[in-house]
Design a protein around this ligand. Structure first.
Ligand code: SF4
Ligand code: SF4
Length: 180
């Protein structure tokens, strides 16, 4: 029997003996690329991997581009919720603000009171990683203000925030002007 490996053509199924070797005598079974009888699946694993890598990069690149890199390090343990009534403006879900800042989700940030945070830093001491929460919230507040002025944030979201008292005095003029 010849040792020469056959190169399977598109549309043909690769034989088990032609699977790549990982150790002498042990073949790595390639599931997707093995399905030569279905042409469109040949690169399915690569497409899936590309999608996963792209999604992961977007989580990292977005905060970097927005000058809010510390948000990447939050692992959403929610230990900062222990701040409780030590937050002077009554924000209870600080991790929501961090995640909103990471993915630039304005609605989530506003809904959880991001625009009323006064950046006192009380919650920072409850963060298991001592992340700079006030700085992160400040960057996101500026981003939110910019988005608001540029009309990116739907007025309904801003009206709801106003009616629910979710806008601090620093931002109330901008919000009122935007929804007027
Ligand atoms: S920094 Fe903001 S969220 Fe944290 S305790 Fe102070 S006001 Fe509340
Ligand atoms: S305690 Fe720190 S790491 Fe944990 S969720 Fe809150 S901000 Fe993120």
């Amino acid at each position: 029997m010849s040792d020469k490996k056959e190169t399977p053509k598109i549309g043909e199924k690769r034989k088990d003996s032609n699977q790549p070797l990982i150790l002498p005598g042990i073949h790595r079974y390639q599931f997707f690329t093995n399905l030569k009888d279905r042409g469109w699946t040949i690169n399915l694993d690569r497409v899936a991997l590309f999608g996963i890598v792209a999604a992961m990069l977007s989580v990292v690149i977005k905060p970097l581009l927005r000058w809010n890199p510390a948000t990447i390090y939050c692992y959403e343990c929610r230990a900062c919720y222990a701040t409780q009534d030590r937050c002077p403006v009554g924000i209870t879900l600080q991790a929501e603000l961090v995640v909103a800042a990471r993915v630039l989700d304005y609605d989530r940030f506003i809904r959880n009171g991001g625009l009323k945070c006064i950046r006192c830093g009380n919650c920072q001491s409850y963060c298991v990683q001592y992340l700079p929460l006030p700085e992160m919230f400040s960057v996101m507040q500026q981003e939110t203000r910019r988005a608001m002025v540029n009309g990116v944030i739907p007025k309904d979201i801003l009206r709801r925030a106003l009616s629910q008292g979710l806008v601090g005095k620093e931002y109330i003029d901008d919000v009122a002007k935007t929804v007027a």
